[in-house]
Design a protein around this ligand. Structure first.
Ligand code: NAD
Length: 435
């Protein structure tokens, strides 16, 4: 069974099914197709399925030419259900893993997909979870559901966890050249998963279990969340000490060892940093353990939008403008630079707060034409001299690269820069207030 599947993988005749064609699933599907596998994608969104089948891209990290080539060669197609997906040898699960309102894991997408796949489980398959989750998910949640088919992991089919580490917008590291962690539910599952991922990813890193692989990923995101919280806290302290946090950090990061650059900002966003550490926090409670750093980091990072609001009020006050009669332009609503992803973006919260203060808020984001969130329904305004000069204040929330910051400062009455992206602007610096 195992050798047969490994043989198919090495010959690239194994049929791959990727469920969830989003930021993680679509880039991986394209990589697998480029490696020579025939890939069928399953996504419940008909619009995404239609676009894939037309070779049209909607994920910024995917090259449309590569997707189109794979579609034209019949190496990639997409459908909305497993019933139409043929009989895959390998299933890669890349569906969302959000949090509930109470910051506990919401595994409904992973569980739904696994339940739907039970009728399609057969001997000689590999099922690999790529969604980020707490340690134990593959063994405790996925394995029992799949084994309800009557087939057993290790004996009949293989089960692994290989967390995706994609960093949207990163031009140096993509799905292919980012080291990939692989852990199996048992040694045979590891062997099969290693064989598969080695065909598509440049460097694969085995760990002893799926559970360890799950922890690797949530630890990585916790590391970022905690370090961002640390510099955010430093920014709050520097404000009280009347020190420039950016100067302090730039000097600190000249140390050639023992330190790593993290910068403060308006809060954390995206589908990873604000969410994943809470998966670990929840799991730790099950074993009567408190992850203090995660709780503290979440608390600090979540208060940053409120702090930005306070800084807006203070800045307007210094300028002698009543907030409720002010006009503000927000520059950037994506959660990080040079991408279009607004999930969990602190800009959403900040805009809501400012609107609730009676402020007339508009936004410009070259990557996000329209914004719909809770009651927000806004369109990006152009970044022209007329628009900028009519604002009482411009707040930079995302440090997109393709904005002319000299032009912005030249025409703005005042700029509140939460990212220090105006660091190279030399004229009119008196108009800039830094976080
Ligand atoms: N976005 C990132 O930067 C990133 C990085 C590393 C890991 N991850 C993790 O990868 C996982 C996926 O994240 P993403 O950003 O790709 O999400 P996404 O929202 O971009 O894509 C998920 C896709 O799954 C589809 N889907 C949901 N339920 C489905 C179902 N039952 N059947 C078929 N399709 C279904 C959705 O329609 C969507 O297209 C998450 O666990 C996330 O934490 C994300």
């Amino acid at each position: 069974m195992k050798q047969n599947l490994i043989g198919k993988i090495l010959a690239h005749t194994a049929r791959v099914c990727v469920v969830g064609l989003g930021y993680v699933g679509l880039p991986f599907a394209v990589e697998a197709a480029k490696a020579g596998f025939t890939v069928v994608g399953v996504d419940r969104k008909q619009s995404r399925v239609d676009m894939v089948n037309r070779g049209k891209n909607y994920i910024s990290d995917v090259k449309e030419t590569e997707l189109k080539e794979a579609v034209d060669k019949d190496l990639i197609s997409a459908v909305t259900s497993f019933e139409e997906a043929g009989d895959p040898d390998i299933l890669v699960i890349a569906v969302p893993t959000p949090l509930t309102q109470n910051l506990t894991p919401d595994l409904q997408y992973v569980e739904n997909v696994t339940r739907k796949f039970v009728n399609h489980v057969r001997p000689g398959q590999l099922i690999s979870l790529e969604s980020t989750t707490y340690p134990g998910t593959s063994e405790e949640i996925i394995k029992p559901i799949l084994e309800s088919s009557g087939y057993l992991v290790g004996r009949d089919f293989f089960l692994a966890h290989s967390p995706e580490r994609v960093d949207p917008g990163n031009r140096q590291f993509s799905t292919k050249n980012t080291n990939k962690i692989v852990g199996g539910v048992g040694p045979d599952s590891l062997e099969v998963a290693l064989a598969f991922y080695s065909q598509t990813i440049e460097h694969v890193v085995p760990v002893s279990s799926a559970k360890a692989a799950e922890l690797v990923k949530v630890y990585e995101n916790t590391f970022r969340a905690v370090n961002i919280a640390l510099v955010n806290e430093l920014a709050l302290l520097c404000d009280r000490l009347d020190l420039n946090v950016w100067e302090v950090l730039d000097a600190a990061f000249t140390k050639p060892f023992g330190i790593m650059a993290f910068y403060p900002g308006p809060g954390v966003g995206g589908h990873c940093i604000p969410l994943d550490p809470h998966y670990l926090e929840w799991k730790a409670k099950e074993v009567n353990f408190n992850t203090h750093f995660i709780a503290l980091a979440g608390e600090i990072n979540r208060q940053m939008p409120e702090y930005v609001r306070q800084r807006v009020w203070r800045t307007l006050n210094i300028l002698g403008i009543a907030p409720s009669r002010s006009k503000i332009l927000v520059m950037g609503v994506a959660y990080k630079k040079n991408i279009d992803d607004c999930r969990e973006s602190p800009a959403l919260k900040i805009i809501e707060l400012l609107i609730s203060d009676g402020i007339d808020v508009s936004y410009h984001d070259p990557y996000v034409n329209a914004l719909q969130y809770n009651k927000l329904d806004m369109k990006s305004v152009p970044c022209t001299k007329e628009v900028i000069s009519h604002q009482d204040l411009v707040i930079i929330l995302t440090d997109h690269s393709d904005i002319d910051y000299d032009f912005l400062v030249q025409h703005a009455k005042h700029v509140l820069d939460t990212r220090n992206v105006t660091r190279k602007v030399t004229s009119n610096r008196e108009r800039i207030t830094l976080l």
